[in-house]
Write a protein that binds this ligand. Sequence first.
Ligand code: NAD
Length: 354
Amino acid sequence: MIGPFTHQALPMRVVFGAGSLARLPEEVAALGMTRVVVLCTPGQEATGRAVAAGLGERAAGVVAEARMHVPVEVARRATARVAELGADGCVAVGGGSAIGLGKAVALADGPPLVAVPTTYAGSEMTPVWGLTEGGRKRTGRDPRVLPRTVVYDAELTLGLSASTSVVSGLNAIAHAVEGLYAPDTTPLVSLMAAEGVRALVAALPRVVADGTDRDARAGAQYGAWLCGAVLGATTMSLHHRLCHVLGGALDLPHGPTHAVVLPHALAYNGPAAAEAVRALGGALGGVDDPARELWELAGRLGAPRSLAELGMAADDVPRIAELAVSGGGANPRPVTRDGVERLLRAAWAGAPPS
Ligand code: NAD
């Protein structure tokens, strides 16, 4: 039976296609932006400067200071710089770190954001912001941080390493997995999630084999768009909460942590999410055990499969389990301390999900 459900569509414009960066000036102009600051990480400063050059006289400057998890001091500095430059828009070029900085600026009453994503993490499609202060990451939802326009140009992803391609792609797949069993999932979310997973699992092996395969890069971006839209539309569950706690408390890297935890979180929730398991099984090529298949896929793609290899100590398991359980939140299966400890021990050791 279909429904009942409530679907809230987000007001976003998506410009997709190889070479679409050339359309950025007209897209920025259509939003009425006349002085735009380009935001990026230090590692992508050359790309940020090239994008600013393409914007011509609409470019007001480049701030190449984005960092993972958006430290508040970085956000404050960037917000002040954007105000100083008299900007009426920001363009974030990069992955979740650059886009996260643009969101932080918009959240602090800065100008609206246009995103040009260059990884597959999916942040560009969501109104979710994050800020880290004193070792704690806070997140929230605010329509002001939602990019007004997103320009996907696969040409900008040709230099993204195989390892970051894979872990950011698995991060996107995690959005789809949790969207399928979210309390506020809808038939449209389910379609986007299944198609997003299908696109990414088809594209990622080809991206790993040849990072310059434009067709594979575009396929991965298409999957990232859909999976990001799922994250933007639904409430996330235990998997995202665990990754959030592991990132905040132990400073584990974002994408690799998602890659390791996802099969285990799905195995934990599977018994309480039959419809999601069926949809994922189909999207993964007709398998009965999508958790096991995602674990095998991570291995085939060379992604990390244990929290130990990311630097977590076995002794940290009880503390992380406690933090994840005490946080509350949505989940299809009741979250028990014992269950989460078992999940974390398997993920720590790199064992297959069970
Ligand atoms: P990232 O943005 O940190 O990028 C990883 C590295 O790859 C950086 O050093 C970057 O400079 C480099 N890079 C990015 N694109 C490149 C390219 N095309 N070529 C060469 N180098 C490139 O990583 P990410 O996985 O995209 O983002 C992770 C961050 O995003 C985390 O802080 C996470 O919390 C956040 N995130 C937020 C949301 C949301 O909805 N708010 C969703 C997903 C992720």
